[in-house]
Design a protein around this ligand. Structure first.
Ligand SMILES: Cc1cc2nc3c(=O)[nH]c(=O)nc-3n(C[C@H](O)[C@H](O)[C@H](O)COP(=O)(O)OP(=O)(O)OC[C@H]3O[C@@H](n4cnc5c(N)ncnc54)[C@H](O)[C@@H]3O)c2cc1C
Length: 477
């Protein structure tokens, strides 16, 4: 049975109650056709949603997926809409299924070190709730004040603390999912260990809402580290900073955070920052260690001395939460400062093997000069995950500027893969990187992923048009 887009809002309204469906003519619907993706990076011809549905529990999610499957209406799952690759934007219209009203923390167990939550819970709120009980949920995407835990699982989100603690996948033990058609599954477990059967949780995590809709998550917690100490070291250039980082890691230090920012980033942040950067500042390293408070002082002192030995122009250490916030300010203000100073900023989250960071930074400079677009680079040096920001002051809708951006992005991806890196360390593929997948992955690898997607969603109705590019040619063995 096929249904006109206009009718689906009415059908879902009858099922869930009219107040839960935002249909055509409601100003709020436009919000469900955008997210935090730079508009210049989105492909032409996206069909806006016919309606958005605000589900309140798993039964409703399953009902929406059943009704839409019966009528061949595409469904796009949406958490908080903070995604940067267009993952929550419909390609073929249809229904946006929002989990924003599924925000209950159902359980926090200090005995089992787990929390059970609904997918719409805001990540920062989960962190606060568990920390109030002396527990710790480490994944910390910079968007944690706005993004949802369901969205984090769908994109396998990471953050600065990933260097020591890993990314979201390592904290998802179990998932309740609803499939297109309405079938419901519980996959995974509650235990710290478990190897029964294939690891379906690992498959759903990072599937960007194309396999199923998560309706409940069991996440792993840790005891809250008793002490944290933060250090900011300023260097003359990224080469000196990279050498210092290599020396620190070489002697076995495992910071929980290891952030790097380049000269262009510092130049943008200088005006807003309360910290007066020394003359000649060309790179900063922000480093954080956690653990036994009695041992931290000595550890940080030694790290500071190591940085000075490697030419640091200044080293600042913070121990109190206020001092720590002040040091983080320099790092946190980079992105807003870049956005404020330029008409458009395109943030690619490339990831290279850690040993290739210095070479990648040199190649980024070369691409920037060849294409004629300035860049600012900051990111998670511990993981080789670099946010390369292309800074655009001309109209990005101008075809010549569009071509310039596409050229820069294409070259950056090619350099990344040449250094055995990967196109995205955090944000996911979504729409904006979909057509670049072939740069990194073999056509046969893409074809197996298409088969995997077809297993969960044979009619290609759940978040269609995402992650996997269209087939280029018949795949032969
Ligand atoms: C300022 C800023 C900073 C950021 N920093 C980081 C960072 O440090 N690290 C990082 O990894 N990302 C970062 N991001 C990107 C973004 O916040 C993450 O990708 C986040 O995980 C998206 O969560 P969300 O709830 O907003 O999901 P949405 O944007 O709503 O959706 C993202 C994807 O998840 C799917 N999805 C959402 N909920 C579900 C569900 N319940 N079931 C199935 N699929 C679902 C959607 O279909 C879509 O494909 C940042 C974004 C911004 C704007």
């Amino acid at each position: 049975m096929s249904t006109r887009s206009a009718d689906i809002a009415e059908i879902l309204g009858r099922e869930l109650g009219a107040g839960r469906v935002i249909g055509a003519g409601d100003d709020r619907l436009a919000d469900y056709g955008r997210d935090e993706t730079t508009p210049a990076m989105l492909p032409e011809g996206l069909v806006p949603p016919a309606c958005a549905v605000l589900c309140e529990d798993a039964d409703e999610v399953a009902a929406v997926l059943r009704i839409c499957a019966e009528r061949a209406v595409p469904v796009t799952p949406r958490g908080a809409g903070s995604g940067m690759v267009g993952g929550a934007l419909p390609v073929r219209g249809g229904v946006v299924l929002s989990t924003e009203r599924m925000q209950r923390i159902l359980e926090i167990s200090s005995d089992d070190l787990v929390a059970v939550v609904e997918p719409g819970v805001i990540t920062g709120q989960l962190q606060e709730a568990v920390e109030a009980q002396g527990l710790f949920y480490p994944p910390d995407p910079a968007s944690l004040a706005m993004c949802s835990i369901g969205g984090n699982a769908a994109t396998n989100a990471g953050g600065p603390r990933a260097f020591k603690y890993g990314v979201t996948r390592e904290y998802i033990l179990g998932l309740d999912v609803a499939l297109m058609g309405g079938e419901r599954l519980r996959v995974g477990r509650r235990t710290a260990k478990g190897v029964t059967g294939y690891d379906l949780v690992a498959g759903f995590v990072g599937s960007e809402g194309t396999f199923g809709v998560t309706t409940q998550l069991t996440v792993k917690l840790l005891p809250l580290p008793p002490g944290v100490s933060t250090l900011l070291a300023v260097f003359a250039d990224v080469r000196a900073a990279s050498d210092a980082i290599a020396a620190l890691l070489g002697r076995g230090i495992r910071p929980r955070v290891l952030e790097l920012a380049d000269r262009a980033s510092i130049d943008h942040v200088r005006k807003r920052s309360r910290y007066r950067f020394p003359d000649g500042a060309g790179a900063i390293v922000l480093l954080e260690v956690d653990g036994d408070p009695d041992a931290l002082d000595a550890q940080v002192l030694r790290i500071g001395q190591d940085c000075e030995r490697h030419g640091a122009l200044d080293v600042l250490v913070a121990q109190s939460p206020t001092e720590r916030r002040a040091l983080w300010e320099a790092r946190r203000q980079i992105s807003p400062s870049l956005r404020e100073a330029h008409r458009t900023k395109i943030n690619e989250d490339l990831c290279v093997p850690r040993g290739a960071i210095g070479e990648m930074l040199a190649r980024v400079d070369r691409v920037s000069a060849e294409v004629g677009l300035p860049v600012a680079v900051f990111g998670h040096a511990g993981d080789g995950n670099l946010h390369v920001n292309l800074l655009v002051d001309d109209d990005p809708a101008d075809p010549a500027v569009k071509a310039q951006i596409a050229d820069a992005v294409g070259r950056l991806f090619a350099e990344t893969v040449a250094l055995r890196g990967t196109l995205t360390g955090e944000h996911g593929v979504g729409l904006t990187k979909r057509d670049h997948m072939g740069v990194e992955q073999d056509e046969r690898v893409l074809e197996w992923q298409r088969r995997w997607k077809a297993m969960w969603d044979p009619a290609d109705l759940l978040n269609p048009g995402k992650v996997l590019p269209a087939r280029r040619r018949a795949c032969t063995e």
